[in-house]
Design a binder for this molecule. Structure first.
Ligand code: CDP
Ligand code: MG
Length: 680
C-alpha cells in the first residue's frame, strides 16, 4: 500500500530526547485579573462583558446597527442574546445568532439554555444543517450562517427575526459575507415598507472592524475590555519541515516538564491529521514513566458529533493532563478553560481558488498574523500562559497580516445560486462587503450555466426551474444536480446514499498501526468502479447488518459518522419527496450510478495522459490520484472526482470511473472544447 503523503507515519519519539529549541520573547498581551469557577449565575457576572451590561443595553436599544468587539471569552455570544431578551429588546420576534460552525452553534445554545435554566429547544434553541432543535417558544436561536441564508430564500425580509447577531464576523466565511449583504438589504426594505425594524449586531473578536462599521451605515463600534494575561511567546530556532512531528515532540516536552494541571491546546489542520496524532500521543503516553502523570488526548474539529465535542469542556481527572488537538475552530468560536500552553503549527487547511480555471483547491497553508495572535491569546485566558510557535520568528514576520476573506478565494457557484434563489436582481452587482473578482463571479455563473441552473433573459441571469430545485438542497450545486438527475438513471436511492456519504466526514477508520488488517477488511467492499461505489458497498453492507457496532469495528468503519450519513440521507430524501423526485433503486446495476455521477460532476473530470499522468479537463491542469483512492493503481482513462487537495502535488480525492462518452453526453459543447482531439 503506498504511503499516504498527507500522513507520514510518525517518527519514533524518545521521551526526554532533545529536539529543537525555542527562542523566548517577552509577553506581549495585556494582563488582567482572573476569575474563579463558581455557580453559573456568578460565572455570568464574572465575565468581562458584565461590567458593560447597562451601557451595552442602552446602546443596543438606541441603534439599529452596532459593531461589538471583545476578546474571545469575554462573554459576547452567550450574554448579548440574554441581555437583549432580559431588556425586552426584539421580544416581538426571534433573536438569531449566527455562527460559522455547527459545533459552536450547538454548544453555545446548550450553554445558554443551561444559564437560563431551560430545556434546550424551548426558549433557547439551535438550527444547523440537518438538525433543528427549536420550537414555537424559541426566542434565542443559535444557527449556522448557512442556515440563516437558507431561510432567507423563503423569507428574504427575515420577518420572523427582530434582531440578527452576526457573530464571529472576523472569520469572514463565505456565508457570513453573503449574509452581510442579505441582512443589510432586508433591513433597508423593512424600513421602506414600514415593517418591524430589523436590528443588526456584528460581533468580532478582532479589532479590524472599520469595514463592518462602514458597511453597516457607519454604525457605532462598542469595545469590551479584554481579560488577557501575559503570554510568553516562543519560536523555533530553525524552520520545521514536519510540523506534526514538531507538535508531537512539543506536547511531550511540555508534558514532562510542566505541572500536570496545565492543559495544552494544539492547533492543527484537519480531522485525519488530528485523529492520527491523537493515536500516536496515546500510544506514547502508555509507555511513559509513572513520574510523568497521565494524559487525556481530546480531538476537536467541526464534524465531531455534539456529545463528543462537549468532552473538551470537561476538566481532566485529577493527576491527568488534557491535550486538545484542534482545528482552527478553537481559535475564536470555542473557549476552553484550563489552557496554559498553546502549540501553534502555523498551518490551516483552507480553500484556494483559481478564477481562471474555476477550480477550488483545499490546501494546507500558512496562517495569517492575525490568526497567529488569536491562537496565542488562547493561552492567556485565565492566567499567564505560553505559546510555542512551531516556526521561526522570521517565518512569523513573513506571514500575511490578515486572512483574505473566503469569498475572495473560493468557487462561487453555490453563492451565486443562492443569491439568484434569493431573488437578487443583479447578482454581479450584489452589495458585497468585499467584492469577489468579476472573473470569479463570471466563472461561477458559467458553471451554473453548464449545470443547467441558469438562463439569460433580457440580459439578466435567471434561475431555470432546475436551478430553483437545485437551490432547495443544502448542497454544492453539482451534488444537487446529481440527485435531481438520478431518476433519469433509475438510481436515486443510490445517489442519495453516495451524496450523503460525501456530505459527512469520512466513514472509513484507518488506524495506522493496523494497516494490513484494515486493508484486508476493506478489500471486501473495494470495487474497480471507484471510491463512490466502494463507499456505497460499505453503506449497503452496514444496512444489511442493521448498523451493528461490532461489524463496524471489525470492518474499520466509523459508526458515528455512518449514523450521521443515515440522518443526512433521510433529510435529503425528504427534500426529494417534496420536489416530487422519483425514488428508485438500480439494484446491482451500479453502472447507472457512475453514469449519473458523470452527468453531475463532469466539471471535475480528469483524463489519463499517454505518459501516465492526469489532466483535469476543465482547467487543463496536471493532477494526480490520491493514494487513498481505490483507483490509485488502476489508472483508468477517465474519472470524475469530488475535490482537489494540494499537498506535495495536486491530488484528486474520491474518484469515480466514467466513460468518455458519458461526459460528452452530459455536456457535449463543453467537452468538444476540452477533450483531446483524438478521443472526442
Ligand atoms: O463570545 P465570547 O468569545 O466573547 O464569549 P462566550 O462564548 O460568550 O463565552 C463566555 C464564557 O462562557 C466562556 O469563557 C466560558 O466560560 C463559558 N462558556 C461555556 O462554559 N460553554 C460554552 N459552550 C460556551 C461558553
Ligand atoms: Mg463568541
Amino acid at each position: 500500500m503506498p504511503h499516504d503523503p498527507e500522513h507520514p507515519p510518525a517518527k519514533k519519539f524518545k521521551p526526554g530526547s532533545p529536539f529543537f529549541r525555542f527562542d523566548k520573547k517577552p509577553g506581549m498581551l495585556l494582563p488582567r485579573k482572573g476569575n474563579a469557577s463558581v455557580p453559573i449565575d456568578v460565572q455570568r457576572k464574572n465575565l468581562p462583558i458584565y461590567q458593560a451590561k447597562s451601557q451595552l443595553v442602552y446602546q443596543l436599544r438606541q441603534h439599529h446597527n452596532a459593531v461589538l468587539i471583545g476578546e474571545t471569552g469575554s462573554g459576547k455570544t452567550t450574554q448579548i442574546p440574554q441581555y437583549l431578551y432580559e431588556a425586552g429588546i426584539g421580544r416581538q420576534g426571534v433573536v438569531a445568532v449566527t455562527q460559522p460552525r455547527r459545533v459552536a452553534a450547538v454548544s453555545l445554545a446548550t450553554r445558554v439554555a443551561e444559564e437560563k435554566r431551560t430545556q434546550l429547544g424551548k426558549l433557547v434553541g439551535y438550527t444547523v444543517r440537518f438538525e433543528d432543535v427549536t420550537s414555537s417558544e424559541t426566542k434565542l436561536k443559535f444557527m449556522t450562517d448557512g442556515m440563516l441564508l437558507r431561510e432567507a430564500i423563503g423569507d428574504p425580509l427575515l420577518l420572523r427575526y427582530t434582531v440578527v447577531v452576526l457573530d464571529e464576523a472576523h472569520e469572514r466565511t463565505v456565508h457570513t459575507d453573503v449574509l452581510f449583504g442579505v441582512v443589510k438589504a432586508a433591513q433597508k426594505k423593512r424600513k421602506e415598507q414600514n415593517k418591524i425594524p430589523l436590528k443588526v449586531i456584528v460581533m468580532s473578536a478582532t479589532m479590524d472592524v472599520d469595514l463592518f462599521s462602514q458597511y453597516f451605515n457607519k454604525s457605532p463600534v462598542l469595545y469590551l475590555e479584554g481579560r488577557q494575561h501575559p503570554i510568553q511567546i516562543y519560536y523555533t530556532k530553525t524552520p520545521q519541515s514536519d510540523y506534526l512531528q514538531a507538535a508531537l515532540v512539543s506536547v511531550f516536552q511540555i508534558h514532562q516538564e510542566a505541572p500536570v494541571s496545565h492543559d495544552i491546546l494544539v492547533f492543527m489542520t484537519g480531522q485525519e491529521e488530528i485523529e492520527a496524532l491523537a493515536r500516536t500521543c496515546r500510544d506514547i503516553a502508555k509507555h511513559l514513566p509513572d513520574s510523568c502523570g497521565l494524559l487525556t488526548v481530546i480531538p476537536l474539529y467541526a464534524s465531531l458529533p455534539p456529545a463528543q465535542q462537549l468532552r473538551v469542556f470537561q476538566p481532566a481527572a485529577k493527576g491527568c493532563r488534557k491535550v486538545i488537538l484542534s482545528t482552527n475552530i478553537a481559535e475564536t468560536s470555542i473557549t476552553i478553560s484550563g489552557i496554559k500552553y498553546v502549540i501553534d503549527t502555523g498551518m490551516v487547511k483552507a480553500k484556494r481558488f483559481n478564477p481562471d480555471s474555476g477550480l477550488e483547491v483545499l490546501a494546507v497553508q500558512r496562517i495569517s498574523k492575525a490568526q497567529a495572535w488569536q491562537r496565542a491569546g488562547r493561552a492567556g485566558r485565565e492566567d499567564s500562559g505560553s505559546v510555542y510557535r512551531l516556526y521561526t520568528e522570521e517565518e512569523f514576520d513573513n506571514l500575511i497580516p490578515m486572512t483574505v476573506p473566503e469569498i475572495q478565494r473560493c468557487n462561487l457557484a453555490s453563492v451565486m445560486l443562492q443569491l439568484l434563489a434569493l431573488g437578487i436582481p443583479d447578482v454581479m452587482n450584489f452589495d458585497f462587503m468585499s467584492k469577489p473578482s468579476h472573473e470569479a463571479m463570471r466563472t461561477a455563473l458559467e458553471q451554473l450555466d453548464l449545470l443547467g441552473a441558469v438562463d439569460r433573459k433580457d440580459e439578466k441571469v435567471v434561475l431555470t426551474p432546475l436551478g430553483k430545485k437545485m437551490a432547495s438542497f443544502p448542497l454544492e450545486p453539482r451534488y444537487a444536480k446529481t440527485i435531481l438527475l438520478s431518476p433519469d438513471f433509475q438510481c436515486s436511492e443510490e445517489v442519495l446514499t453516495v451524496v450523503s456519504l460525501l456530505s459527512v466526514d469520512t466513514v472509513l477508520y484507518n488506524p495506522p498501526a493496523r494497516r494490513e488488517e484494515c486493508l484486508a477488511a476493506r478489500r471486501k467492499f473495494t470495487t474497480s468502479e471507484g471510491d463512490h461505489l466502494t463507499l456505497l458497498n460499505i453503506y449497503r453492507a452496514f444496512k444489511k447488518v442493521n448498523a451493528n457496532k461490532e461489524w463496524c469495528r471489525e470492518n474499520f468503519v466509523n459508526s458515528r459518522n455512518m449514523s450521521m450519513v443515515g440522518e443526512v440521507r433521510s433529510q435529503l430524501r425528504d427534500i426529494c419527496l417534496k420536489l416530487g423526485v422519483k425514488l428508485e433503486s438500480c439494484g446491482p446495476d451500479t453502472g447507472k450510478v457512475r453514469r449519473c455521477l458523470a452527468h453531475g460532476l463532469f466539471v471535475n473530470a480528469a483524463e489519463l495522459q499517454p505518459d501516465g499522468s492526469y489532466t483535469a479537463l476543465d482547467a487543463h491542469q496536471p493532477v494526480s490520484i490520491h493514494p487513498s483512492s481505490v483507483l490509485f493503481q488502476a489508472k483508468p482513462a477517465y474519472v470524475v472526482f469530488n475535490e482537489l487537495l494540494h499537498t506535495s502535488k495536486c491530488y484528486m480525492r474520491d474518484l469515480c470511473l466514467v466513460d468518455a462518452d458519458w461526459l460528452v453526453e452530459a455536456a457535449p459543447e463543453y467537452f468538444r472544447r476540452k477533450l483531446r482531439p483524438n478521443k472526442s
